[in-house]
Design a protein. Sequence first.
Lengths: 96, 266
Amino acid sequence: MVDLFKFFKKKDSSKDVAKERLKLVLIHDRSNVSPQFLEMVKSEIIRVIQNYMEIDEDTLDIQLTKTNSDDGERIVPALVANIPIKGMKNAGRQSL
Amino acid sequence: MGEVIVITSGKGGVGKTTTTANLGTGIALQGKKVVLIDTDIGLRNLDVVMGLENRIVYDLVDVIEGQCRLKQALIKDKRFEGLYLLPAPQTRDKNAVAPHQMVDLCEELKKEYDYIIIDCPAGIEQGFKNAIAGADRAFVVTTPEVSAVRDADRIIGLLEANEIRNPQLIVNRVRPDMVKRGDMMSIEDIIDILAIGLIGVVPDDENIIISTNRGEPAVNDSKSIAGQAYRNITRRILGEDVPFINLNNSDGFLAKMKKLFGIKPA
Ligand SMILES: Nc1ncnc2c1ncn2[C@@H]1O[C@H](COP(=O)(O)OP(=O)(O)OP(=O)(O)O)[C@@H](O)[C@H]1O
Ligand SMILES: [Mg+2]
């Protein structure tokens, strides 16, 4: 069904595609997504989560990427974190 | 006291040298004293675009190293009163010049000339740092393409980090026919993304290639639409309020282009 709608929807003009792509690439460029920046975010996230769970710090992965917006119309930037959990801590259990 | 304007872009081949030659000539045609400096060491081009390649004796590095006096290295353009070129050396290393030396050179030139226009090399390395060091003001040249606009954004960030505030944008090689059918980003699209002020829009124009073949800047050609665009930018630099073109009217393509760039129908 959804695909059918997409099929009939008018194709974006190439300049709209260019503009969308530029906006996304500039989010990366401007946010200075240097390894240092991501490391900073990463260590903060680890610090908070560790209060509740035991996590595998070595395989933890965090990236700035793209995903479909809720309405599926556009692509939007997203911060995606993959955090393997080894176990719950007591503080976490009690509050559940 | 003169003003130093650097012409930058990030991405190569978008029209920095063409812009430098045309704006410099345009300003001289308005009766001002102008020096053009080519800072593209090893890849000089401003001399050939200006048609002055046979007159080079000394260059930028000779001046900086004290091999000659500043006046000796400035090539006087005999066609345009008040216009001078300081060429780049062709066989030296980029590191032969340091930013503080460019600052001193610009200070020296500002005492005697109204405008110093600096043609920046592509990239963000040493050549870029040298080119912007002495600048009071910067123009960022882009074309309506993803890669050029992206690099322009990077340059805008670097200019601001180097305390050259409020850079202004020149969008070059615009094709209104492509903009109209939605296959080229419009000026509004680009401004929307880069969020800086606009100083000029230059159409894609084969007269640029013809005039570059001859070594005669298009700004001096009353029939060239790109030339008209450069004349408009010149007047804006000199403080006049020249209205911008409107890309949405219903005339035929050529008539529209001519109207947009202020040329009366023949
Ligand atoms: N408005 C225009 N219409 C048509 N051709 C153009 C226009 N502007 C520039 N060009 C052409 O594009 C080419 C590159 O221009 P130019 O040498 O000015 O770019 P540049 O930014 O100085 O390049 P580089 O980064 O190599 O120094 C030249 O062949 C020039 O003639
Ligand atoms: Mg050049």
